[in-house]
Unconditional design. Sequence first.
Lengths: 525, 375
Amino acid sequence: MTPLTPFLEIADLAVAFDGVRVVHGLDLRLDRGESVALVGESGSGKSVTALSVLQLLSYPRASHPTGSILVDGEEVVGAGEQEMRAIRGSRISMVFQEPMTSLNPLHTIRKQVEEVLAVHGGLSGAAARERTVELLELVGLQEARERLDSYPHQLSGGQRQRVMIAMAIANEPDLLIADEPTTALDVTVQAQILALIKELQERLGMALLLITHDLGIVRAMADRVYVMEQGHVVEEGETAEVFVRPAHPYTRKLIDAEPRGACPIPEDEAQPLVETKDVTVEFPLRGWPRKRSLVAVDDVSLRVRQGHSLGVVGESGSGKTTLAMAIVRLLQSRGEIVFDGRSIDGLGFRQLKPLRRSMQIVFQDPYGSLSPRLTVGEIVSEGLVIHEPGMSAGERRDRVAEVLTEVGLEPEIARRYPHEFSGGQRQRIAVARAMILRPRFVVLDEPTSSLDMTVQAQIVELLLDLQQRHGLTYLFISHDLKVVRALCDEIAVMKDGRIVEQGPAGQLFDAPRESYTRALMNAAL
Amino acid sequence: MSGSDSVGAAELPEAGASRRMPAGTPAHLVFAAVSTLGQRRWAAFKANRRGYWSLRIFLVIFGATLFAEVLANDKPLVVRHEGRFYFSIVATYAETEFGGVFETEADYREPFVKDLIRDGGGWMIWPPIPYAHDTIDYELPGPAPYPPSARHWLGTDDVGKDVLAGLIYGIRLSFLFGLVLTALSSIIGVLAGAVQGYLGGKVDLFGQRLIEIWAGLPILFVLIILSSIVESNVFWLLGILVAFSWMALVGVVRAEVLRARNFQYVTAARALGAGDRRIVRRHVLPNAMVATFTFLPFILTGSITLLTSLDFLGFGLPADAPSLGRLLAQGRANLHAPWLGLMSFFTLATLLTLVIFIGEALRDAFDPRRTGMQS
């Protein structure tokens, strides 16, 4: 199946920024109607490659020292702006990751779709309007005609992404480049969007170049796959072949990094360490004469047993983070919260302070959770300064060194600042800060979701290891079912502030009772 | 992108690409990340040549005026009389000690005293400018105000006081006063802003309204009324000016604190059991410091201008204090002696410009885009 001229042929392409090469000698071929995935971790050069096809990099800072990109036999490297404009949006179009920032917030969606039609198709007036409705219906935007005059903020993330896709396919391009098209979306929406892209591709006979870090998506979408590492393509081949028999060690590492398997179930009948009874969190909203309020967490009752891990899964906005903050008493809530047999929901700051030693929290974003103005040592030792003010500086240094070693970092880094470290290292520092007080209960709020695949696997491993060594109890919050399965033996599914289903992990994965749980499981690739 | 890891992190496990560095960060930027924030800020400050040189010139001028008594004085630095040394600047000696008549302090500029010392086989070393700011030269060759000459380099004012001596003492007083005023009002402003921003809610609401009302009071009228009730001195003036100038920083600090109190590392500190005071001091206020330091030079110039204009109008410091504003007023009253107005104008303009340039360099130094780090 090698036709004479592929639609897109990239040969020996290099991309450099200010003279520093970030993509080296890349070869890629894409036939008409074919789906190809470019997979790699952040910084591997996959997006840069995609952008150079459309010559959308910030030239002249960026340059192509070597290589050629042939679109249907025509060279685009060094092509003039005029020629590129004829290709962009017409023969090749692109869907970006962030549907929020890719649409102009000041214009209605109709105006934005019609603009694409006017630029390339020359359509305007009533014809453009009809075509817009047609396109929006094609991408499955419900009540398309009524939504024509909505602004982007009035649509949900999934709806915005549908509009983006409608704009991309408006001129029936030969190639659709999708750069992480679903990364910013919830799992169920993610599945819908991927199904839509697949369906459109078949209907319109487009080729698809899919840029992603998610192997699950690659498996579901791509005929062939290119694996990139640090600007090099390290492996290419048929998707099925690559997944079953990865040739390159990096590919193997990527595939192994996918969390899989269920966590070992600790001996049962342990006492509950944390319990909530009908916990409700409300945020007051403006309103007059009656104050209204937003109920973020609604009558949630949970139990986390000593030494076990409870996973709370749900989509964005389901209230899982709010619940976690309420449990560690960082947010006001109603209802009873019991920690170690003691009711803690009514306690004041002073009474809570000694308990803070035993319950800690690790946040999602390792970039926001470490103060940029303090050294790693100061950040990690803060808990000791607060809870053991009598401790000498030397002793404190030893403890910091000890805990840094435990989370897999060099003790010497205590003198450095967080910005010198990568995301995974920062997350280890955040874990060290929580662990230095030797807590019994740790809330993990999506600790892996802003990290690369391989790093994610390492953090999960670290957390499991720490749990085993210290008998920790985890409350693990995530939208990623695979990670939850790898880490938790009990799972609670949250939707709109309520727990819809709760039970042992195995049971929930194999025989979900609620339809929402089933939808969630099916959507997860 | 192979070049995007910070240097030291590369030998550690999972050296993934650091997110803050854009694709293909040049090597020198990568190395810059190793130095501390303070060093990078100082480098950014020095990179603004104009501001850096302004700082050096300003420090020399201000440093010199701190020793005004040695530069311009109506007493000699050292007196030698009958085998003994007298340090007349630091100690007070009666005329009788040199064999004179009066038991009051010796007036070394009087020919009688000069003769006494010379007769005792002694000598005197005078400062480069043998007049203090309040010395009246009774032996002027012509009527006061006397134009610039070898005797008075910048001339005298209309009662025969040396202008250069007045400037030296005036600069010192104005800047010291300005610095103290800036320091006091900044401390109060930062505290008030931090409290309002961190506590929010009703405290914030009422605090803001209070400031709006307070800022609406006409400071000049208050001063005029007060000067007719109490006798003005430096501390009175300082107190009143602080009371009306502490609002300058509140808005900025409050906004920064409002932003910072929701940062995740602040929540992390709360989860560790840190109290409010610790959180504000260690995690929240450092964020506001950038804005504060950027504002300080401009508050300083504002303070100096305020003091000068009050002196000019006659509601400022007591009449015998050396002040730039009073010299300016003299210039206005004696238009036939243009050196008075010109000199005080040039002095003020130069110094305030220097401070503004320093402020601009300071703003560069705290600009996260120039120091390669988000604040």
